[in-house]
Design a binder for this molecule. Sequence first.
Ligand SMILES: N[C@@H](CCC(=O)N[C@@H](CS)C(=O)NCC(=O)O)C(=O)O
Length: 218
Amino acid sequence: MAKPVLTISSKNYGAWSLRGWLMCKLAGLDFSEAIIPPDDPAMKAEMLLLSSSMLVPSLQHGGIKVWDTLAIGEYLNEIKPKAGLLPSDAKARAHCRAICGEMHSGFASMRGALPMNIKAHFKGFKIWSRAQTDIDRVIAIWHECLKSYGGPYLFGKQPCIADAMYAPVVTRFLSYDVPLDSACTAYCKRVMELPAMKEWVAAAKQEPDEIDELDAEF
Ligand SMILES: N[C@@H](CCC(=O)N[C@@H](CS)C(=O)NCC(=O)O)C(=O)O
């Protein structure tokens, strides 16, 4: 079978792209990446061939096309069952899916007010109250996971789909100078130290300068 290809967009701004890419890395998938510049309208038609939603990330594996980040995570767990993308314990697995679902469908205020922008650092950023409510919920989720499974990752000793889903929240907390307690600070540090995260961040920093229209939820 041909090497899988993951289509993504900007590494600086593409939060969903980061999630899907990190899941592929955590799965140990040998894949190539195709980067579609987010501001190139000519690429839209090509996108439709790869992803029915016209959104990225999108994974092509042989004749199989999977778009939407959670579907990609579930697919990777099926083809790489030993990678530990989902916890082995049924109760923990249900918990993991629930918090991934919350990230996938929620936190609109936080995502809108603090769009992922890895290169940026906004010292003393003023957080709007609705975004703070989302941030407080993320912090509660992290505390519960770190306490229940012992850390250093959300579901224990190895990073899983949940850590990939929350990775762009980690970069946001750092970019927007969000005050965190020691447990969350340590968790953020752990995520940023993952070799795959270092690789992604280094590539994000090499991208051309800010694109104005992307300084928004993406
Ligand atoms: N629910 C989707 C969201 C994906 C998404 O919003 N992707 C953004 C970029 S990170 C996108 O493709 N936007 C295309 C566009 O703005 O043209 C998922 O889970 O993958």
